[in-house]
Design a binder for this molecule. Structure first.
Ligand code: PLP
Length: 485
């Protein structure tokens, strides 16, 4: 029994009903036919619903309730760090002095904004242990691509253009090989060993004079901290390659360990994950990139610099790879991250990691009695389970994910990483209470029992959502994005 559609705005339309009231015109009326070129004019008025203000409010409120957001419930989507976005960030981002700026304003009139960006870069340098940071990239994958272009520019400046290969472990985030490919590199895969960590022997085998970089996701997509980073750094640096740290999931190590101290040359962060920028639904992100001194000359321009007491945009960067984004990055997301860092402080940021890791390990241990645990090792901010035990009973991981919807939860990430059969990847984050974690665990246990006792219940879920099982391939390939009567 799926919920009835409560939002039939077109069907409740009554001719002549209006949902707005405008003041009387105080300018002369114009003839649109004269202003707009003929080819652009409609022949007939648009078919829009005619409804009252109350109808329209109910319509949008009903639509908003169909969506699952962080503010409506638990969202353990592994690798996405769906943690609480503090509302104070929103207040700060909405301050007139930030929200109403124009990107073409003169530097002298936007000193506050430039100071905020400069300061944010300083904080991110401290957090990552790098020598300089750019805020331009608009997302994690965009940061990866930018970082790889910096590495390419570095090698080329050193007459080392034969470095065409980027090494990516099979436990890396999926965007890593994609970014390497878009940046014009060939991707070489290194295998994980049976403990879920990079196989050093395999790394030694593939590294060489054509290695541009190793891209490491740490913790890897299994939620495991790579133990042999110092050795990996020696192997790759020894061959003249650079080390790239995918720091999208910094929630796992924030204020505990720094990529710069581990020997990495380039790192990107996802401010829309660790630093509480709202995300999901394709909203704006921010993927700043930090580099070691050798790579600074290649950073995207303009670089925000300080000249005495004045903040400036420095375009005089002859070796820069150029702009990677119009203007200066997604400023609003950077303001939110700045507000978060300043309101948490150093001690607050340390506790982020402690609770994120504690929560993940607590859930992993309790759930491992009911689901297979492919890598029985202390995890970081997230962990993976395998649904292979349930699959033998006819219940796939997809069914488990669908069943969770009936209990008001967003499902975990499923079927990723690829190297775990029927994978379920759970990231609870630090902002959830023990009560929330326990309630979710109880539901997961209940679903495991259902799989044993009456698998059909799980196979046919969900029952309480607006729509049931969708043809996901059709929805992605031929989306219907317009209302049709
Ligand atoms: C989310 C994520 C990315 C990609 O970030 P986007 O902002 O979605 O482009 C890259 N690496 C890891 C480890 C991630 O979790």
């Amino acid at each position: 029994m799926h919920k009835q559609d409560q939002a039939l705005i077109f069907e409740s339309s009554k001719p002549g009903r209006i949902g707005y009231s405008l003041p009387e015109m105080d300018i002369p009326e114009v003839n649109v036919n004269e202003l707009i070129p003929q080819g652009y004019l409609r022949e007939e008025p648009a078919e829009l619903p005619e409804v009252s203000e109350l109808d329209i409010i109910r319509h949008y409120t009903a639509l908003s309730k169909r969506n699952h957001g962080l503010d409506s419930g638990f969202y353990p989507l592994g690798s996405c760090t769906m943690k609480y976005n503090p509302k104070i960030n929103e207040s700060v981002a909405r301050l007139n002095g930030f929200a109403h700026l124009h990107p073409l304003q003169d530097e002298s009139s936007v000193q506050g904004a430039l100071e905020l960006m400069y300061d944010l870069q300083e904080h991110l340098k401290e957090i990552t242990g790098m020598d300089e940071v750019t805020l331009q990239p608009a997302a994690g994958a965009h940061g990866e691509w930018t970082g790889l272009m910096l590495i390419r520019a570095f090698h080329e400046a050193n007459g080392d253009a034969a470095r065409t290969k980027v090494i990516v472990p099979d436990s890396a985030h999926g965007t890593n090989p994609a970014s390497a490919s878009v940046a014009g590199f060939e991707t070489i895969t290194v295998k994980s060993n049976d403990r879920g960590l990079v196989d050093l022997a395999d790394l030694k085998r593939v590294v060489g004079g054509d290695t541009a970089a190793l891209m490491l996701t740490n913790p890897n997509t299994l939620g495991l901290f790579e133990e042999n980073i110092v050795e990996m750094a020696e192997i790759v640096h020894g061959a003249g390659g650079k080390l790239y740290y995918d720091g999208a999931n910094l929630n796992a190590v924030l204020s505990k360990a720094r990529p710069g101290d581990m020997g990495f040359d380039v790192v990107h962060l996802n401010l829309h994950k660790t630093f509480t920028g709202p995300h999901g639904g394709g909203g704006p992100g921010s993927g700043p990139v930090g580099v070691k001194a050798e790579l600074i000359p290649f950073l995207p321009k303009p670089v925000i610099a300080k000249n005495g007491e004045e903040y400036i945009l420095d375009y005089n960067r002859p070796q820069s790879i150029g702009r990677v984004k119009p203007y200066y990055g997604n400023f609003g997301i950077n303001v939110r991250a700045y507000a978060y860092i300043r309101s948490m402080g150093a001690i607050g940021l340390k506790s982020v990691t402690e609770y994120a890791v504690l929560n993940a390990n607590y859930m992993m241990r309790r759930l491992s009695e009911h689901y297979d645990l492919p890598f029985d090792k202390h995890c970081k901010h997230e962990f993976v389970l395998s649904g292979r035990r349930q699959k033998k009973l006819g219940v796939r991981t997809l069914d488990i994910a669908k069943r969770l919807l009936d209990f008001g939860y967003h499902p975990p990430t499923i079927y990723f990483p690829l190297n775990v059969e029927e994978c379920i990847m759970i990231e609870p984050t630090e902002t959830e209470s023990k009560e929330t974690l326990d309630a979710f665990i109880e539901v997961m246990i209940k679903i495991a029992k259902e799989a044993e006792e009456c698998p059909e219940i799980v196979q046919e879920a969900p029952y309480t959502t607006v729509v049931g099982r969708l043809d996901e391939a059709l929805a992605a390939r031929k989306p219907v994005l317009r209302y049709q009567k």
